[in-house]
Design a protein around this ligand. Sequence first.
Ligand code: NAP
Length: 297
Amino acid sequence: MATIIDGRIVSAAIRESLSREVQTMVSNGLRPPHLVAVLVGNDGGSQTYVGAKEKACHEVGFLGTVIRYPDTVSEAELLAKVDEINQNEQIDGLIVQLPLPRHIDENKVTLAIRPEKDVDGFHDVNMGRLAKGSDGIKPATPYGITLMLKHYGIATEGKHVVVIGRSNIVGRPMSILLSNAGETGNATVTVCHSKTQNLKSFTLQADIVVAALGKPGFLTGDMVKEGCVVIDVGTTRVDDLSKKAGWRLCGDVDFESVSVKASAITPVPGGVGPMTIAGLLVNTLKARKANLAARTA
Ligand code: NAP
């Protein structure tokens, strides 16, 4: 039976260490890191994610502020708020929760955030730095996954990783991080997507599979080799009348059939989700330190 890679445990260890750093900062008379989240509309998923991020900030001693707008907010108003936050030295990190209503250009909003404050790591500048392997803010979910692999001593060097999905927030940056030179990279990476033919022929060769496509139960036991490591990024809400909410979160991996072949696997929930928040918090502390260094330089 596979080892369960528990994102909650890793995330708690990271938060503990961040807490200690913040305490030292504050005892030295410095302001703790401040993260602002902008939330537009009433989407249930977005509200849950932003709520979890705000709670995590407070737990580690960060300042966490949520700015809420109705889904009728104009693009201009949102961009003006982003600009105001960009100029505010008391704020280190800014996230605008996606998706945004259709009348707002998500790319325009993402690019309006100062790269130094872009703790989601979605800005082209941070993506460019990632692609070049230079220092920048790494996208929170893929970064969190590398922290989790490191915590469990799962080496990536020389391994064949198959990433299913090529989105700008998960699949693409994941493939870059794992193939970059460095401790949590040096892998040989194959990226699969909806146009990949005979996807199973690739996943069967993988030492590590990262499933990030948003199709519940897509990866089944017959698609993976004995002893592989499986990271399930998927979080799709599926109807479940046995739950109070009427739904449950479902990953992209068929846990039952894959876990009997894998050597290690992440569950959903409790795997990648908590690591996205951990990645975001680490990025926010990094942004705080950069802000501090810029002011004292
Ligand atoms: P996305 O933007 O919809 O991208 C999905 C990717 O999967 C695309 O590249 C798509 O290919 C590919 N794909 C779709 N169907 C496929 C198929 N049948 N075979 C192979 N590839 C296929 O999704 P995302 O934002 O990357 O998110 C993926 C999943 O992760 C979602 O369930 C999301 O909710 C979840 N997620 C979880 C976290 C977390 O913290 N746990 C964070 C972010 C996302 P094309 O490019 O060809 O269309």
